[in-house]
Ligand binder design. Structure first.
Ligand code: GLU
Length: 489
């Protein structure tokens, strides 16, 4: 069979339904389409499947667009920027779908069906009682004129159903899963293409849009495999060339639940991770390598690099598992390795609750720089740096007992206070040297020497290097207040 993929231009798309916030799975599918377009110098299109007027909401549209932009998955054509095949929102194409559906009716490939929702529900119940899978029994195919007249007199409004040829096997060569074969008997009977309210269903509108927008390859989730079979029949009925198809395995949690809002709540939303302090670079890298392995096996790559190496043949058929630990690993990597100015800029929104007024922009960078090795998310910057902004840290009772009552603890703090003017703030090594000299003099080293000072300065015995910490405080008075506070305890 000829497919539109035979023509030159690569055109792929993401077609989210704005019935919820941007989902991790949708972001991954969007990303794979985007990467495919980059790799093949094609176009990546965004369109909104917003025909479900009860569940579609404008704030979901905003969230989806903002989330994709935040991740850097930019589109070449879309509802906000237009393109050569508008409109990019299904609600603006209602008449167009109806027109094409009516053409199918005139050709005899579709028909008007008059069942009420109650009748369809009763049919389902009957089938359930007999232990049969639910399916439409195609009863509307052969209505007599008098039946139709009676239905119309009763005020029934018909839907349009497309005739699914049975038995038959629909086949295609999937770019990820290889040869596919679906029995039409498993498709649930004739498919509604326009609902009685006049709105096209997903399966019809998607085919019309993919044709209108000259999509060459449809990359989407495996949950659409049966829809693909229905859609192939629709392409044939419309007398049009097919796009190619690639179905990506779905994402599950460690307990084999599909990632869903119902089971996982907001933890399936991209914006949740943004708010938690995840970096877009980390999410993109994590999602890219979730089901795709580059030939050289590398794990760390940027969006641009992925666009050069992405290959559907190296996308796994096996279900993906969402692993927060692994996402954390990527996030740590990017927090550690991207430019400090960028990390500081992104970290500052998490520091609104502290008084930063005494610190210059450069010092704030030093503060973030002093802790960034230990951060998993940007939000961790608040607990990690809080001590810099407080007059003196609160010290937990047990630490006070175990550390500050040590043999040399008081003497170390007192000596540091006396040597205050010797600390070269801004020079971490120099600051450390002053401490080490005190240690030599008192015969203390290691924990015994450092912990009382760490505790006095930050309220904890772990954290950034002591020299860096003292140096980053920036002024003698900040060190002084902390040492005095610890000594007074
Ligand atoms: N609106 C559909 C979804 O969000 C799009 C499926 C497709 O790509 O055809 O699942």
């Amino acid at each position: 069979m000829t497919t539109s993929a035979d023509s030159k231009e690569v055109r792929v798309r993401i077609a989210p339904s704005p019935t919820g916030f941007l989902h991790l799975g949708t972001a991954r599918t969007a990303l794979y389409n985007y990467l495919y377009a980059k790799r093949h110098k094609g176009k990546f299109i965004l369109r909104l499947e917003d025909t479900d007027d009860e569940r579609s909401e404008e704030n979901y549209v905003d969230d989806i667009l903002a989330g994709m932009k935040w991740l850097g998955i930019n589109w070449d054509e879309g509802p906000d920027i237009g393109g050569p095949h508008p409109p990019y929102r299904q609600t603006q194409k209602v008449d167009h779908y109806s027109h094409l559906a009516n053409q199918l009716v005139s050709k005899g490939a579709a028909y008007l069906a008059y069942e009420t929702p109650e009748e369809l529900a009763a049919l389902k119940e009957e089938q359930k009682a007999k232990g049969q899978p639910p399916r439409y029994d195609n009863r509307g195919r052969n209505l007599t004129q008098s039946q139709i007249e009676r239905y119309l007199k009763d005020g029934r409004v018909p839907s349009i159903r497309f005739k699914v040829e049975e038995p038959r096997v629909v086949t295609w060569d999937d770019h990820i899963r290889g040869p596919m074969a679906i029995e039409t008997i498993d498709l649930g009977g004739d498919v509604v293409i326009v609902k009685s309210n006049g709105i096209a269903t997903y399966n019809f509108a998607v085919v019309v849009d993919d044709l209108d927008m000259k999509i060459s390859l449809v990359i989407r989730g495996e949950d659409h495999i049966h829809n693909t079979a229905k859609q192939i029949l629709l392409y044939e009925a419309l007398g049009e060339r097919l796009p190619d198809f690639a179905h990506v395995a779905l994402i599950f949690d460690h307990e084999h639940h599909k990632l869903s809002k119902r089971v996982h709540g907001e933890k399936v939303h991209i914006d949740y991770y943004r708010r938690q302090g995840y970096m877009p670079e980390a999410i993109v890298n994590y999602l890219a390598q979730m089901s795709f392995t580059p030939t050289d096996g590398r794990e760390i790559f940027t969006l641009a690099e992925a666009g050069e190496i992405f290959d559907l043949e190296r996308v796994s058929k096996s279900p993906a598992v969402f692993d927060l630990e692994r996402l954390n690993w990527f996030n740590k990597h990017y927090i550690k390795s991207l430019p400090l100015e960028l990390i500081t800029e992104r970290a500052l929104p998490y520091l609104t609750s502290v008084d930063k007024s005494g610190y210059t922009e450069k010092q704030l960078q030093d503060i973030v720089g002093s802790v960034r090795e230990g951060l998993t998310t940007l939000a961790d910057v608040l607990p990690a740096t809080k001590f810099y902004f407080e007059k003196a840290p609160t010290i937990a009772e047990d630490l006070k007992q175990s550390v500050l009552s040590g043999q040399h603890a008081r003497a170390i703090l007192e000596r540091a206070l006396q040597e205050l003017s010797k600390f070269p703030f801004g020079d971490a090594r120099g600051c450390k040297q002053v401490v080490d000299n005190i240690g030599k003099e008192l015969g203390a080293k290691g924990k015994e020497l450092y912990w009382p000072l760490r505790l006095a300065i930050s309220g904890a015995v772990s954290g950034p290097d002591l020299g860096i910490m003292i140096s980053t405080l920036g002024t003698a008075s900040r060190l002084q207040t902390r040492l005095e506070a610890a000594l007074s305890r």
